[in-house]
Ligand binder design. Structure first.
Ligand SMILES: NC(=O)c1ccc[n+]([C@@H]2O[C@H](COP(=O)([O-])OP(=O)(O)OC[C@H]3O[C@@H](n4cnc5c(N)ncnc54)[C@H](O)[C@@H]3O)[C@@H](O)[C@H]2O)c1
Length: 253
């Protein structure tokens, strides 16, 4: 029996990278999966991969930083599978980097919307659906940038620190109603979102490998393993936690 057998799950940003692996592993472990993304081609490709492997999935197009689209996404999940048990909020987009004194206010605001506000909006609509299903579990995807700050990436780091506090606060609000809420904080993971920087700066991957105790980047599947565990009943007494999955990068001196 799969770890999330019979559950209905939602993954935002499931079109590629970490979100895609989470959606695929959820399906492998027995869940019916709602694949949410604003990139239709990528989202449909994830659904196809799940179906080819014998799983069940539907694609929902939507921008999760827009409240009406989040509401419509959750409604589509309920219309498709009748309930919502587990969700991973992985979608995020950083809108640029640079020193604060040269950073545009509009870019700061957009980064917060795409990394923090979106996570809050998703929980706002996932939680009532889970309450109606008798409980559930949520994992928000944070980042190690949130743990010690990150120079020239201040908006993203602050947004992800917000995701951590949001996770702990929400866990406190809903624990007694049967909803567990945790965050996974990845180190540097080889995804399309990161590899685009490697094309611009070929030495960057080598430098980033040194951030982990294992001298390598992480793979999306390694994040998915932690997320699906936290969403499963095997993690039944774990809530309000921020779990770094980073090859030990967060403890490296
Ligand atoms: N890759 C890393 O090294 C790393 C490290 C730490 C944290 N993270 C976090 O992991 C998560 C996934 O990162 P990734 O590297 O796989 O990203 P990615 O850019 O490879 O993929 C992100 C996916 O999310 C979708 N998306 C983004 N914003 C969206 C929105 N508002 N609505 C709907 N879909 C949206 C994109 O279309 C894309 O399919 C993010 O929260 C990111 O901040 C990644």
């Amino acid at each position: 029996m799969g770890m999330v057998e019979g559950k209905v799950g939602l993954v935002t940003g499931a079109g590629m990278g970490i979100g895609r692996e989470i959606a695929c592993l959820m399906a492998e472990e027995g869940a019916k999966v709602v694949v949410a993304d604003f990139n239709t081609e990528a989202g449909e490709a994830t659904v196809q991969r799940i179906r080819e492997a014998g799983g069940e999935a539907v694609f929902v197009h939507g921008d999760v930083s827009d409240e009406a689209q989040v509401q419509a996404t959750i409604q589509k999940a309920l219309d498709s599978f009748g309930r919502l048990d587990i969700a991973c909020n992985s979608a995020a987009l950083s809108r640029g980097s640079g020193p604060i004194h040269l950073y545009e206010r509009s870019v700061f605001d957009q980064t917060l919307e795409m990394c923090l506000t979106n996570t809050w909006l998703c929980m706002k609509y996932e939680i009532p659906a889970m309450l109606a299903s008798g409980g559930g579990a949520i994992v928000n995807i944070s980042s190690n940038a949130s743990l010690r700050g990150q120079a020239f990436n201040t908006a993203y780091a602050a947004a992800k620190a917000g995701v951590n506090t949001l996770t702990q606060s929400a866990a406190t609000e809903y624990g007694h109603q049967g909803i567990r809420i945790n965050a996974v904080s990845p180190g540097v993971i080889r995804t399309p979102g990161v590899e685009k920087y490697f094309k611009e700066q070929p030495d960057m991957a080598k430098q980033l490998e040194k951030q982990s105790l294992m001298n390598r980047l992480g793979e999306p599947r390694e994040i998915a393993e932690a997320v699906v565990f936290l969403l499963s009943d095997r993690a039944s007494f774990i809530t309000g936690q921020i779990l770094s999955v980073d090859g030990g990068g967060s403890v490296k001196k």
